[in-house]
Design a protein around this ligand. Structure first.
Ligand code: UDP
Length: 361
């Protein structure tokens, strides 16, 4: 329990409804954060797109929703691109509600990677905090994030040190990791040899699926792929790059079904082409006992413990990844689960978030 229960408003992403998968890792972060902070005695209200559903474990929270048109995702904009707001903007609707009701809360926590809430920070009466969900993808976002840091660094937290390193911060960053409902990830001490290798994530170029399929093809293994086809043309190009039958497209599954299938894999491949802020799927695989072979890039490089829970290889080196898969298949899967239990539970995450908010308030 927290020594000082607070009324907290959590503002979700303006990309997709909760439950759709379009918000990517933010949905998992929100679930861990809301369930974890509720469990510590805080009163939580979630503000999200109309049609959202609160994730399992978050039943104690109140859901407010607003209709509106999604934001374009920043990671698919040109680096020098301007801030955009579509007509009938969901982002504007969410922040209008947050501003109208700010007096009912002790703090507001923003999970969206958007210019508007960062810019608003010094202008709100109620303290506004931001859990930054991506690394640097656009100059105008870098500017607004660093301006919040200059005004009050206590208002920013990051998922990993690698992610925070993308921004020119004035001092050490607050790194809070992420939190998962580990009870819902079933540990499997043995893989299912039929299942082959796994890969999970949004199917979009920054996730580097083409490298994972090339490694699977080189090893003559099947690669199960879970995730939302965010970029269908890219998915087709990846499929065409390897022999037919290499990829087993599993679609986007709700979290509980994903983990049931994920645990059967021998190894998860993680091949980001960008500075991945954290890498939820890395933790989720390890929670099921699946070792991970990842590029030494971004958050995954802080999550995989080499030769214990998986292996790290030089970024974009497919040959090194293929060799590492054979070694990772020999690792004791118990180590993966134990490491995640120690570092990535919802309880541990919520305690870190609570400490950050308390310092800031
Ligand atoms: N995910 C899911 N079902 C799927 C594939 C992925 O629920 O079929 C979830 C996955 O569990 C993970 C999230 O989507 O929590 C992706 O988060 P990650 O941090 O890996 O990447 P992001 O999309 O945020 O860049």
């Amino acid at each position: 329990m927290s020594p000082s229960p607070r009324r907290l408003l959590v503002v979700s992403t303006a990309v997709g409804t909760l439950g759709s998968g379009r918000g990517g890792g933010v949905e998992v972060t929100l679930a861990g954060l809301v369930a974890g902070l509720s469990g510590r005695g805080h009163s939580l209200t979630v503000l999200a797109a109309e049609g959202s559903r609160l994730p399992p474990g978050c039943e104690g929270a109140t859901l407010w929703s607003r209709p509106g048109v999604d934001q374009p995702s920043w990671q698919h904009q040109p680096r020098q691109g301007p801030v955009q707001l579509p007509a009938g903007s969901l982002l504007a609707a969410l922040w209008e509600t947050a501003l109208d009701h700010q007096g009912e809360f002790d703090a507001i926590l923003n999970l969206g990677y958007d210019w508007l809430p960062f810019w608003l920070t010094p202008h709100l009466a109620t303290p506004l905090f931001h859990l930054v969900s991506m690394g640097s993808v656009a100059t105008v976002m870098d500017e607004v994030i660093t301006s919040v840091d200059r005004w009050n660094p206590g208002r920013l937290a990051f998922h990993s040190a690698a992610q925070a390193g993308d921004f020119s911060l004035g001092g050490p960053a607050k790194v809070v990791g992420n939190g998962f409902d580990l009870a819902s990830y079933v540990f499997r001490p043995h893989s299912d040899p039929e299942a082959g290798l796994g890969w999970a994530g949004r199917i979009a170029p920054e996730k580097g699926l083409e490298d994972a399929v090339a490694v699977a093809a080189q090893l003559g293994r099947r690669l199960s792929v879970w995730g939302l086809r965010a970029d269908p043309a890219y998915a087709l190009a990846v499929e065409a790059s390897v022999p037919a039958g290499t990829i087993d497209w599993r679609g986007f599954l709700p979290s509980e079904r994903l983990q049931a299938e994920l645990g059967r894999c021998t190894v998860l491949l993680n091949t980001p082409k960008w500075n991945e802020a954290y890498g939820n799927v890395v933790v989720e695989a390890m929670a099921c006992g699946v070792p991970v072979v990842a590029y030494r890039r971004g958050g995954p490089a802080e999550l995989v413990q080499p030769e214990l829970t998986g292996l790290l290889v030089p970024p974009d080196d497919r040959q090194a990844m293929a060799e590492a898969v054979l070694m990772a298949e020999q690792l004791d899967r118990h180590h993966c689960r134990r490491w995640v239990e120690r570092h990535c539970s919802r309880e541990a995450f919520a305690a870190r978030i609570d400490a950050w908010l308390s310092e800031g308030l």
